[in-house]
Every structure is written in C-alpha cells, then in structure tokens.
Design a protein around this ligand. Sequence first.
Ligand code: URP
Ligand code: ZN
Ligand code: ZN
Length: 453
Amino acid sequence: MAILLKNGSIAAENGVREADLLLQDEKIVQIGAGLKPGLDTEVIDCAGKYILPGIIDAHVHFHMPCGPSERTIDDFYSGSVAAACGGVTTVIDYVEPENDQGPLEAVAARKKEADGAICIDYGLHYVVNRWEEKLFESWEQVIDSGLASFKVFTTYDSSRLPYEDVAKLLAWSKKRGVLVTVHAEEDDIIQAAKKELTREGHLQPAYHGKSRPVESEAAAVKKIIALAGETGSRVYFVHISTCEAAQLIGQAQKEGKQILGETCPHYLVLGDEVYAGADPQWYIMCPPLREKEKQPFLWSALKEGVFSVVASDHCAFSKEQKGRSRTFFETLSGIPGVETLLPVMYAYGVAPGQITMTRLVELLSTNPARLFGLYPQKGVIRTGSDGDIVVFDPQKEVELSYHRLHSKAGYSPFKDMHVKGCPEITVLRGKVIYRGEQFCGAKGYGKFVPGRI
Ligand code: URP
Ligand code: ZN
Ligand code: ZN
C-alpha cells in the first residue's frame, strides 16, 4: 500500500514548501504539486500541517545496565513506542562493553536486545571505557559493522577514560574518520564538591546540582578541546548544559577547530529551581539543570550554530527506582524525554521565534543523520530516502503529563507544560506507526541502520 500525503507544508533542510509526497515500498518515491493517487494508495490530507523528515534522537539509553541488577525502565520496545508517539523514527543508543566482553561481542549482544523488540529504526554509538591497543582491530570491525561514532566519559567510576587515553583515542579516530563523542564533566571538581557536601551533611537529592558545578563541565570541555586541537580531530560534546561550555565550543569553532555540540530540551526549558521543590530526585541527571536566567544564552548558541544537534538523552527510571535512595550519590541519574523532544522544541523554539522550522529540522533530523552516517537514507525529504515522515499539527494543544506519554517512567519532567504543536502521524519506512494519539506500529519492525563514515 502506498501513502500520498497531500496539501502539507514540507519542512526540510532547505526551507518550507507546499508539495505532495508519495511513499511506496518503504521509500519516498515522488515529491511535487498535484500528485494523483494510484490504486491501493491511502490519501492523507495534510492541509495546515507540516511534513517533517522523521526525527532522529541521537542520544537515548534504552534498557541500559546500571550496576549488576538495574536497568533503565524503558526497554527497546517501550522506549521506541514512546519515541514513535513523539515523531521519532530513529534513535541512536549505546554499546557499553562489560569488562570481559570483546567489542564485537558487545555490539552483537546489544543488537540482540533491540532486534525483535524495537519498533523504530536504530543506530548505535560505541563506548570506549578502556584503552588497550590490542582492541584496535576489533574497533575497526565495529566501525565496519556500522557504528560510526565512539563515546568517552570523563566522569563516572565505571566508564571514565583518563585524559591521556582520550588523547590517544582522538589521534586514532582522526586516522580512522570515526567521530568521538564526549560526556564532559571534570571528575576532580565533582569529587571535591561531593566531599564538601558530605562534610556539610548535604547529601539529599536537592544538592545534586551543587555536586556537579558549572565549572566541572567547562573545565572538561576546555581540556578536550585542547586535546582535539593537538591532533586536529573532530569531537562532538553530548548534553551541553552550560553557557560557559557553549562559549568554549563556539570559540573553538571560530578558530577553525572541528568541535561540535549537542544540547537537550531540559537544559533549554527547565531550571535548577526544581532541586528545591518537592521531588528533586525526578530531575537528577548528569550534568544537572542550571540557572534559568542563563537559558537565553543557550538559545542564542542554538540559533548561531554552536550546537548542531538537540537530543533527549532519554534515560528513564521509574518513580520507584528514582525514590529508592535518600542521597544524590545513589539516586539513579537520567530522565525520560524521547517523546517530548519534538513538541518541546517546537513550542519553546519555533513558536516563539527562537529558531525557524528549518533550523528545527536540521537540529532534530538532518544534522544527526549527517554526523552519524545515516544521511541521505535518513534525515531528509528526498526521493530515494526512507519514507520516514512526521505529520505535525502546529495548532493542536497537548499537556506533557505522563498520562498522555508512553514511557514507563510514570512521571514527566515536563509535567506542567501545556504546549501547542504535536505530531499527528508518524510514518516509518512507509508504514504508519502512530496516528490519532495511538501507537499502531509493530514490535520488531525497527531495523538496525548502519552508520557510514
Ligand atoms: O544522567 C544522565 N544523563 N544519564 C544518562 C547517561 C549519560 O551520562 O548520558
Ligand atoms: Zn552523559
Ligand atoms: Zn546519555
């Protein structure tokens, strides 16, 4: 069955234009004015609606192990249902090898968890959590198997890679062309802040923000930019939360360095006052939320191109999981967000004129596709590309409370927000997977999409 989307405004990388769009055999097959349906074609009237390329959330953690017996609450099925209902047709998750696991074995294990469960397409980033030269050959094979980006952490006991190893990885990545993504928080600053808070007896979740101060992000970003400068490597910083780090990234870009940045909706719209509220544990994520007063600077960085991508960092835990510990040290870190990524960015970005619709499409679809090797199969409305489409209603008002959302977290950090504008239909490779506020896709329909360098 083909699908003909008529009378919509196609918002793509090169602007917004009125045209019809025909999807057939998983692909976009025709774009133009006055297209006529053939036999066996469903016609969808999109008058007054935007047609966007499917959203690519480049940073999610579905079914992520955290310690020996804990996982994030959204597995590949529930996480991808939530994604589909938010207009997301592709997610990029992580492979984080266990100590005794070889790289290819870890990739295969992660794919096994996703395949058969996930209902949207997915890619994977590979986490380098130890440096051993004997792993080079396997890393080559990891890249050849379709993982176009590696990730390192400068914090977290279980995953932190020392800076000297990050430097070696950056040098290797330059030769191999793989993009290195970095979680940048300076661990020494965090440890010192934690020590001080412990001394003061301030261990409650309300103190989470204070345990990971602004300087910790800025210091790590500064060090990594310096290392990247030495080797001329490309670096992509994930989940940037502070103006200070954004400024450093912008400055490096002006100097011609290949430094890229990602931020998340929560840093753009939620402020650190929630840590003084009733449920601070619900807002524990790393890095933490920052002062609301500084958000205009992050929005400017978004407009000016300092950030190339906005991603959700969906890392959902249930209220029960979040509430289990009385200290910020032990509270599981991460929040849900894959389903709210597009509506929040439309309502707070496009509707008030902070960014254009074209910029939104770049940030949420085209740029992640390009940077992670999925373009032009994904991230663009073009004949021959996958039929991944969102029909977006800019007028429909919704409340972003957990009752409407599909994550198993059972709460939404965006709970008090009533937004105007939300996905009405999501199409993945020519099949409608969300319509009329109902998920209508199929478990296991999602496929691994290799990222190509
Ligand atoms: O707190 C967060 N962001 N949890 C997810 C893991 C990470 O650091 O991205
Ligand atoms: Zn991170
Ligand atoms: Zn993350």
